[in-house]
Design a protein around this ligand. Structure first.
Ligand code: NAP
Ligand code: HSE
Length: 442
């Protein structure tokens, strides 16, 4: 049988990683796919840039549409990133009857509904395993391996850069900026690294996971997103004293009124396996009604780990080239006409426990004022810790300020928002209250 020709959009970290893996493991991959796979052309921005992969035999162009329109190319790997140009090129490739493999979570989270519907019309596949959690086959696990289950909730560390930063801050006391620069050099970070540290990238991935877990359309704009930029090394060590680790977590939960969809820094009990997932590693915990909790762990970013998922999708597409389009695995796990419109809950309605760090004046009665506000909102305190005055210093009026740390029991976010707003107006409180959500994941 003739080799399948593929065209690659982008020869950066993931594009080059994919070419390298396809070349190095060509024989084994052909035995698995049933046909040889050949990269015939690739689009890049700069033809003169040195590449970390061997591009011999690959026709290079600066026009991605040339790849999308090439009659010989049967599968297009979209590995250039971005949303608008990527959407146009992918739509063009679909219109030309080509199958798509992409690692681009922003593209899927924002334009996935449109792309899947066009792909359905054309009878082609859009595969996106590499878009979530790097090399971990989490899409396949949920979409196929857990197909018997009602998924109750899932929670994951799904941004490698963010986890790498938090780990280095905790283990080596390194500064945020310094670790971010290293993550960029290692090829982990997005082209715009604010996507990693502000939680946007994790929200893209969580949006995709929620859709395949609950059978709902992709709704990125409704995800609540908070990044790790406000986390200090103090918070990391206070959390540790309380028996917790701070992780940037994506949580999607089916509850009675709708679906929770949120990414934010989270205190997790240190006994939980996921609390010990460090560096660029990712992990996703999925709770199914039949199977119970299952945990998936692996590298969340980087050239070859991501290529592992890109190439696996490519093999799946090659295997399916001859199969009936009606009987392929649906893009979002559920048949397109069986998606439901369960609402995404407003963040005010979700319930979690909270870690609060409050800088207060070191004088009598302060704690009573704060606990009264919490009590008025029916928020119970789980534990309390007061740190030394040196930790916070002395303000411009020479008053002493000390950090107090409160862990609360589970309460509604709306109540906590009101309590925090009231606490921040107290004269005995300085600056903003630091709030980190707590998940027991039991
Ligand atoms: P990257 O290293 O910046 O590579 C991007 C590639 O796309 C470069 O080769 C660039 O060409 C090419 N490109 C960009 N715009 C182009 C245009 N208009 N026309 C032609 N070529 C263009 O990015 P990456 O880290 O590989 O990420 C690629 C995608 O994978 C993104 O969607 C990202 O979110 C996703 N992803 C990345 C990782 C990771 O660990 N890095 C993991 C999972 C998913 P030049 O080289 O000539 O500039
Ligand atoms: N920038 C992403 C991360 C790449 O750090 O997780 C993998 O999706």
């Amino acid at each position: 049988m003739k080799p399948v020709k593929i065209g690659v959009l982008g020869l950066g970290t993931v594009g080059c990683g994919s070419v390298t893996v396809l070349t190095r493991n060509a024989e084994e991959i052909a035995r698995r796919a049933g046909r040889k796979i050949e990269v015939s052309m690739a689009a890049v921005r700069d033809l003169d840039r040195a590449r970390i992969c061997n591009t011999e035999g690959i026709r290079l162009t600066t026009d991605p549409f040339e790849v999308a329109n090439d009659p010989e190319v049967e599968i297009v790997l979209e590995l250039m990133g971005g949303t608008e140009l990527a959407r146009e090129v992918v739509l063009q490739a679909i219109a030309e009857g080509k199958h798509i493999v992409t690692a681009n979570k922003a593209l899927i989270a924002i334009h996935g509904n449109e792309l899947f519907s066009k792909a359905q019309e054309m009878g082609v596949m859009v595969a996106f395993e590499a878009a979530v959690a790097g090399g971990i086959p989490i899409i396949k696990a949920i979409r196929e391996g857990l197909a018997a289950n009602q998924i109750n909730w899932l929670a994951g560390i799904i941004n490698g850069t963010g986890n790498f930063i938090l780990t280095e801050m905790k283990e080596r006391g390194r500064s945020f900026e310094n670790v971010l620069t290293e993550a960029q050099e290692l090829g982990y970070a997005e082209a715009d690294p604010s996507f990693d540290v502000e939680g946007t990238d994790a929200a893209h991935k969580l949006t995709i996971l929620a859709s395949i877990a609950f059978g709902i359309p992709l709704q990125f704009e409704k995800a609540m997103t908070e990044g790790i930029t406000k986390i200090t090394t103090q918070d990391v060590s206070y959390a540790e004293e309380l028996g917790y680790r701070i992780k940037h977590l994506g949580v999607a939960r089916m509850s009675s009124g709708g679906v929770e969809l949120r990414v934010h820094p989270t205190l997790i009990p240190e006994r939980q396996l996921i609390a010990n997932v460090d560096g660029v590693m990712n992990a996703v915990l999925v709770m199914g009604d039949a199977v119970g909790p299952t945990l998936y762990y692996g590298a969340g970013a980087g050239d070859e780990p991501t290529a592992s998922a890109v190439v696996a999708d490519t093999v799946d597409v090659v295997r399916a080239l001859t199969s009936d389009p009606e009987n392929r695995v649906p893009h979002l796990a559920f048949q397109p006409d069986a998606l439901t419109d369960i609402p995404i809950l407003p963040i005010e309605e979700i319930k979690t426990a909270y870690y609060l760090r409050i800088s207060v004046e070191d004088s009598p009665g302060v704690l009573a004022e704060i606990t009264k506000i919490l009590g008025d909102e029916e928020i119970n305190i789980e534990s309390f810790m007061q740190k030394d005055v040196e930790g916070e210093g002395v303000n411009e009026n020479s008053s002493s300020w000390v950090p107090i740390i409160l862990l609360t029991k589970v309460c509604r976010e709306g109540r906590m928002n009101r309590a925090i707003a009231a606490i921040e107006t107290l004269d005995c409180v300085a600056g903003e209250v630091m709030r980190i959500r707590v998940e027991s994941l039991d």
